[in-house]
Design a protein around this ligand. Structure first.
Ligand code: GLN
Length: 199
């Protein structure tokens, strides 16, 4: 795999950002925790972790991050959104991914479960999907590709370079989804070029 030189931002207002950071660092990526709009400057990819979407949205409002996050998602750079991260992209929140989500539709914490799923683009081997108070996708727009289903319902989708899923790939040792995401990160971008020029 080409090693990305661009830094990956991980929204770190709340939730499971550390597990993503560990996995991505293990794959050779540079990561930066994102808490303010300034933290988004120059990053080449963005991860929106799982957690509690209501709390995350409050943090996003407090930090005036809604517009900068939406702008980043619209920039075409890769985004990986898991669980609550997918909820905040949907049509009822930041409205930058053409899907609707039903929060906690799989039940509460006691109804969390694991299931083997096949993810398009990640090879034939099943991926162990960890679902924790997971959102259910109730609508996917025409431009949204379904990458995996569980019981006939989409659980992983992609719109352009935005990957979103109901489950938590960062909570397994299986790094295939994070690799697919990293492979989409441009090896260099305008910010890197500018930095090299200035050096
Ligand atoms: N149920 C949570 C929410 O609605 C999401 C759960 C998760 O991210 N594991 O925000």
């Amino acid at each position: 795999m080409t090693q990305p030189t661009g830094t990956i931002g991980i929204l770190a207002l709340q939730g499971g950002f550390e597990a993503h950071a560990k996995l991505l660092t293990g794959l050779g990526a540079n990561v930066r925790e994102v808490r303010t709009a300034a933290d988004l400057a120059g990053i080449s990819g963005l991860v929106l972790p799982g957690g509690e979407s209501t709390t995350m949205m409050l943090g996003i409002e407090r930090e005036s991050l809604a517009a900068p996050l939406a702008e980043f998602v619209g920039s075409g750079l890769p985004v990986l959104a898991t669980c609550a991260g997918m909820i905040i992209l949907d049509d009822a929140h930041l409205n930058v991914l053409n899907v609707s989500c039903d929060r906690n539709a799989y039940g509460g914490q006691v109804h969390s479960f694991e299931a083997d799923i096949t993810v398009d683009g990640a090879g034939d081997d099943a991926f162990r999907g960890v679902f924790i108070r997971a959102p259910r996708l109730t609508r996917t727009g025409a431009d949204v590709e379904t990458l995996a289903t569980h019981d006939g319902v989409p659980v992983a989708v992609r719109e352009d370079r935005v990957f979103a899923m109901s489950f938590h790939p960062e909570l397994t040792d299986d790094d295939r989804i994070h690799r697919i995401f990293l492979e989409m990160v441009p090896v260099t971008n305008v910010t890197d070029i500018n930095r090299k020029k200035a050096a």
